[in-house]
Design a binder for this molecule. Structure first.
Ligand code: ZN
Length: 97
């Protein structure tokens, strides 16, 4: 049996993670474990990070990839709310330093 390397991400929310972390709908489809939203999938985790990196490069957004590292498994309704949650997290980490 080969390992399932699929990596999933939310169609309508910001959840992302290995397929093993996804929930399952009543009809047996993978879904976000938090909001039960639909998920897209890539064959491997590497492909997901390639997508993240190419988007970050296009947008010249240096915080985009670190944000997704932090955001793995988190379900926010929109990218904007994920961004503000991440900004708060950064502020909180600054206090620790
Ligand atoms: Zn979700």
């Amino acid at each position: 049996m080969s390992e399932d390397t699929r990596y999933v991400y939310g169609a309508g929310c910001t959840f992302s993670g290995p397929i093993q972390r996804a929930g399952t709908t009543q009809s047996g489809l993978p879904c976000c474990p938090h909001c039960k939203g639909m998920l897209f999938e890539t064959d491997t985790e590497e492909k997901w990070w390639e997508m993240v990196r190419s988007y970050a490069q296009k947008k010249r957004d240096e915080s985009y990839e670190p944000m997704w590292c932090w955001a793995t498994g988190r379900c926010c309704a929109t990218l904007e709310s994920l961004r503000s949650a991440y900004a708060l997290h950064l502020e909180a980490s600054d206090d620790d330093a």
